[in-house]
Structures are given as C-alpha cells and as structure tokens.
Design a protein around this ligand. Sequence first.
Ligand SMILES: C[S@@+](CC[C@H](N)C(=O)[O-])C[C@H]1O[C@@H](n2cnc3c(N)ncnc32)[C@H](O)[C@@H]1O
Length: 281
Amino acid sequence: MSTIANVEMAAAWDGSEGEHWTEHADHYERAAGFSWQRLLDAVPIGSRDVVLDVGCGTGRSTRDAARIAASGSALGVDLSARMLEHARQAAEREGLSNIRFQQADAQVFPFPENAFDIALSSFGAMFFADPTAAFTNIAGALRRDGRLALLAWRELARNEWLTAVRTALAIGRQLPEPPPGVPGPFGLADAEHVRRVLGAAGFVDIRLDAVEEPTVLGVDADDAFAFVSTVGVTKGLTQDLDPDSEARALEALRRTLIEHETDAGVLFAASAWLITGRAGA
Ligand SMILES: C[S@@+](CC[C@H](N)C(=O)[O-])C[C@H]1O[C@@H](n2cnc3c(N)ncnc32)[C@H](O)[C@@H]1O
C-alpha cells in the first residue's frame, strides 16, 4: 500500500472491520441503499464523468458510478485490501471495464491533479485524523468546479439504528457517548465543523442537506440478528459481560430487531448529511 497517515484506522479497516464488512457486504450495502440513491438523485453523474469514490469499501457505489459514467470512468480508493478484492471481483462479474480500485489513504494519496469531475463518498470520509489535509488532497484531485458529494452520519441521537442497538445491549448500563468531531462514524456530524473544514480545504458552495431515510438491518429479524450480533459495536458492548449478562443483552437485541420487523425488512430511522460543494479556483 502507498503511504498511510491514518495508521490506527488502517489497522482496523485493513483488519477485522474490513473482514466483517466483506463477509456481510450484502447487509452493509443494503443498509446504505436508500441514502445512496438520494445522493445519486441530488448530484447526477454524467455519462462522461471521471469519478473518485473515497472510502469505497466493497465498491457498490463505485460500480454504480462506473455504470452511469459509461464513457468516463470510476476509481475507488479504500484502506481495506479485503473489501477492495470483493469490489474488484464484483466489478469483473458485472463486466465493468471503466473501473479501478486502489488501496490507499485518501488523506495523503498522490492523486493526479485536476483529474476528476466528481469526488463522492458513501459514509467513507468521516475517518480522517486530519480532515482539512484530506479534503485539501481531494480538492486537488478535482478539476476546477469539480463536484464533491458525501454521505455522513448526523449525530448519534438522530440515528435510531444505533441508539436502539446500544440501548438493548446496555441492559441498564450507562454507556459512554461517542465524542463529537473525532474521526469515526460521527466525524462529520457537526455542520459548522464540516463548513470550516471544507472551506479551509478550498471548497465553495458548501451545502448540508438532511437525508432522513430508514436503514435496513436485515430482510427479517433472524437475518438482522445474524448480522447485528456480530458487528464491531455489539462485540465492543458485550465483551466485558459475564456469560449470563451477555445472553440477556443479545436477547434484548433480538427483541428490538423483532419489534422493527416490517414487510420491507427490519427498518430503523437513520439521519445523514448529504454534503455537497465545488472545488474552488
Ligand atoms: C463505513 S465504511 C463505508 C464503505 C462503503 N463506502 C459503503 O458505503 O459500504 C468506511 C470505509 O472508509 C474507508 N476509509 C476510512 N478511512 C479511509 C482513508 N483515510 N482513506 C481511504 N479509505 C478510508 C474504510 O476502509 C471503509 O471501507
């Protein structure tokens, strides 16, 4: 891999997190499906566009972008070798030839300058230790007036998919809240922070629009339980419990998932920002 600035994130994503995301790619890609469609509707990709997908993971978004930019191309970058391997194989199966994947830290990777028409990310741009440096790097890869379109979670309290899982697994314990503004799922949750960072990185016409679309954790409660009971959050919140308490916590999780079962799958409210901007002069 090329130079890495985000060493701890690389250890997680190129390690156990990436393994889990690869094994459960269908679940994760389905979970982000509604909001990803909102990004595509709001920021149309042109048929000749050259697209950069930041933190592309298993590459569903990169493949969609390559399909739409049929006379252009798409490059997906990510820290995880396993997720990228999954992405490459899926692109090959789908017969996409205008697509490439690169294992890289988007904060420091030497992208070609002024090369991309659009840089997008589906929940892959919240993890930078130095977001201003990262977005400056991404801005330099965009041509003048090139577009930026990011999905990123709003604060925890607005995201029932996580608060409900945490409440179930807490079994009465007081859990620490993820601190705002630190690299992680809520790293771009604060609107003022996002405006400051993107402005300092040279973006203009910065907008944050709320995307309130449900997230699907499984096709039914059993499917959702098989998925959610093995995610990193669940492992983290159960690892210090004795066996009886762990069994109670997992039973509480199962009940929560059953309560959210609908004909359209196991649905939870979710709230993200669609962050858009243009690369300045
Ligand atoms: C929450 S996952 C989202 C994956 C994918 N975009 C999706 O929607 O399924 C975050 C992704 O961002 C990647 N990532 C985190 N920090 C990164 C960095 N500095 N450079 C490149 N990718 C990064 C991770 O490896 C991971 O695949």
